[in-house]
Design a protein around this ligand. Structure first.
Ligand SMILES: Cc1ncc(COP(=O)(O)O)c(C=O)c1O
Length: 409
C-alpha cells in the first residue's frame, strides 16, 4: 500500500477544489489528534455515547432457520438494533462529536436512503448542533418516513432536484454548501467515500462492528468465522464489518453489490441499471477520490439503479476498491428481485424485517456455495423505512414468497 495515509494503493486522495482545501486540512488535523491520538479523551467520550445513546454493543445472534436452510452456522451482527435502526449512527455520532470538539456550530449532510440523514439529525439533536440535510427529490419520495424523522429531530431537509435526484446529486450539493460555509460548518459524509480523511475516518468509526463481532464469535464458537458478508453501497457497513478481519487471511470477505435489473450498461442513454461499481466499474474520480465507478468510456458518471436507495450510488469507497484489486475482498452481485425475495424470506423465517440494502447481503446466502462452516452476515439496518416501497415493488412482481395483503381490502 502507498505510504501516504490519503491513499489505498492508487485509490483515494484529495481531488477537491482549492476552496475546500483549508477545511480538509483542518479536518485531517482534527482526525489525527482526536480520533487517532484520543486528544482530550475524544474516543472515550465517543465510545461512552455509542454505548449510552447508541445502544452498543449490538448482539451477534445465531440464526437458526437460516443455518438449517444453508447448512452452515449463520450469525447475524445486529446493527439494525443500533439507535435509529442502522449502522449509520456509528459514523454520524463520531463526526458530529468531532465537529463539536473542533468548535463548529453547524452540520450539513447528504442522505440517500435517509438512514444517514436520520442518524445525523439524531446525533445533532443529542449534541445541540444545527443540522441541514440534502436529499434527492426521488429519494424523498422513496423514503418518506425517514424525512419525517429528520424534521421531527429538528433538522432542515433540502430537496435536491438536479439530475436524477438521488445520492450522487445530494453529495454534490452538500459539498457546495460546505465550500461556502467552511468557517462554522462540518460536512458529515455518510459513507467511506470522499476525499481523505473521510474514507479512513468513517471506517474507523464503523470498525466497532468488526471489533465487537470478532470478539463475540470467538466467545461463542472459540474461533473465527469462515466468511463475513455485507452489502456495499459506498461501503461503510462493509468496511466496518470487514476491518478487524482483514489481517485474518482465512476469513473470506464478500461485498454484496446491487445487481439492480441487469449488469449491462446502456452507454448511449448513460444508464447502468445496477450499482455494481466494484464488479463492473472502472477507475475514475468521483466526490474527491480516485476509485471504481460506473462511467461511460468518456468518463461521464452513469445513472445507477437499485431497488434500495442506500445502494443506489455510482461509486464506492477507495479502500474497498483497493481490497478487491488485491484479492482480499470478493465482490458479488444480487439483483433487485432476489433482494426482495430475501427481504420476505428473512422477515418470515427469522422474525427480523431487514432494510432493503441488508436484504442484498442476506440474499447472497441463497446462491453462495463457498461460505464454509460459519458465516457472519452484517444486518446493516432494519426495514421499517422501506415498507412503502416494498409493498409497491412486491405488487409489481410475481414473487414466490410475498405475503397475501388482501387483509386491507
Ligand atoms: C441499512 C443500510 N445498509 C447499507 C447502506 C449502504 O451504505 P454503506 O455501503 O455505506 O454501508 C445504507 C445506506 O443508506 C443503509 O441505510
Amino acid at each position: 500500500m502507498s505510504d501516504s495515509p490519503a491513499k489505498f494503493g492508487d485509490y483515494g486522495g484529495q481531488y477537491v477544489p482549492e476552496v475546500l482545501m483549508p477545511a480538509i486540512e483542518e479536518l485531517t488535523d482534527a482526525y489525527e489528534r482526536y480520533v487517532l491520538e484520543n486528544e482530550d479523551g475524544f474516543m472515550d467520550d465517543f465510545r461512552a455515547r455509542l454505548r449510552d445513546f447508541g445502544g452498543r454493543p449490538t448482539p451477534l445472534q445465531h440464526a437458526e432457520q437460516l443455518s438449517e436452510r444453508y447448512d452452515t452456522e449463520v450469525y447475524l451482527k445486529r446493527e439494525d438494533l443500533v439507535h435509529g435502526g442502522a449502522h449509520k449512527l456509528n459514523n454520524a455520532l463520531g463526526q458530529v462529536l468531532l465537529a463539536k470538539y473542533m468548535g463548529k456550530a453547524r452540520i450539513v449532510a447528504e442522505t440517500g436512503a435517509g438512514q444517514h440523514g436520520t442518524a445525523t439529525a439524531m446525533a445533532a439533536a443529542h449534541l445541540g448542533m444545527d443540522c441541514e440535510v440534502y436529499m434527492g427529490r426521488r429519494d424523498i419520495t422513496r423514503q418518506r418516513p425517514n424525512v419525517f424523522r429528520m424534521r421531527i429531530n429538528g433538522s432542515k431537509v433540502n430537496p435536491v432536484d438536479v439530475g436524477r435526484g438521488t445520492l450522487k446529486e445530494a453529495i454534490n450539493e452538500t459539498m457546495r454548501d460546505w465550500a461556502t460555509n467552511v468557517e462554522d460548518t462540518h460536512y458529515v459524509i455518510g459513507s467511506v467515500v470522499g476525499p481523505h480523511p473521510f474514507p479512513r475516518m468513517v471506517r474507523d468509526f464503523q470498525s466497532v462492528i468488526s471489533e465487537e463481532a470478532r470478539a463475540q464469535i470467538r466467545e461463542k464458537t472459540g474461533g473465527l468465522p469462515d466468511s463475513v458478508v455485507a452489502c456495499a453501497g459506498g461501503g461503510s457497513n462493509t468496511m466496518g464489518a470487514f476491518h478487524n478481519f482483514v489481517p485474518d487471511e482465512d476469513v473470506a470477505l464478500y461485498a454484496v453489490e446491487a445487481g439492480g435489473s441487469s449488469l449491462d450498461v446502456d452507454e448511449e442513454k448513460g444508464v447502468a441499471p445496477n450499482s455494481a461499481s466494484l464488479s463492473t466499474g472502472s477507475v475514475g474520480v468521483l466526490h474527491g477520490a480516485r476509485t471504481r465507478l460506473l462511467q461511460s468510456r468518456d468518463g461521464q458518471i452513469l445513472e445507477s439503479h437499485s431497488i434500495s436507495s442506500g445502494l443506489d450510488y455510482a461509486g464506492v469507497g477507495p479502500e474497498l476498491a483497493y481490497l478487491v484489486d488485491t484479492g482480499r475482498v470478493t465482490p458479488v452481485t444480487v439483483p433487485d428481485d432476489a433482494a426482495l425475495e430475501a427481504f420476505h424470506r428473512f422477515s418470515q423465517e427469522e422474525g427480523i424485517i431487514p432494510a432493503l440494502e441488508t436484504a442484498h447481503a442476506i440474499a447472497y446466502l441463497e446462491t453462495a456455495d463457498d461460505l464454509g462452516e460459519s458465516v457472519i452476515v452484517n444486518i446493516s439496518g432494519r426495514g421499517d423505512k422501506d415498507l412503502e416501497s416494498v409493498l409497491e415493488e412486491t405488487a409489481k412482481r410475481d414473487l414466490v414468497n410475498a405475503p397475501e395483503m388482501g387483509v386491507f381490502e
